[in-house]
Design a protein around this ligand. Sequence first.
Ligand SMILES: [Fe+2]
Length: 156
Amino acid sequence: MTTILSGLEKKDAKELAKDLNHLLANFQVYYQNLRGLHWNIKGKSFFELHLKFEELYTDAQEKIDLIAERILTLQGMPLHTFEDYVKISKVPVGSNISKDTDAVKLVVKSLSELLKIERELLNVSDKADDEGTNSMMSDFISEQEKILWMMNAWLG
Ligand SMILES: [Fe+2]
């Protein structure tokens, strides 16, 4: 059995890094969507949503760095070009959205996609005994489920 420095099996680490790159690409699209929503939102909910989207993209930015550094810890290389992100992403690219309900719906849709990927990842990391990725995914999932609930509640 060949292992990486941390003791994880090399082939598991490789698969996990690939799956984490998939998550990274989706997160980057989610992040850029949030920037667009923060900038372009219009209407009576402007002040509330402008701030909320800033809070969400700041959180996404931190998570993006954690994912990329987890990939490096697993001895992989994080994807870093927009070209790769858009090619891989399941999170839809939102453009020219300024209506409040359309904006929140995009966040809901994006979070649902991210949660799906994170649950699949959790399955793989669990089988590989990769506690580092496990705990990261558990934290992401519980935090994002809560945001998803609140965003969905906002939609009524
Ligand atoms: Fe701003």
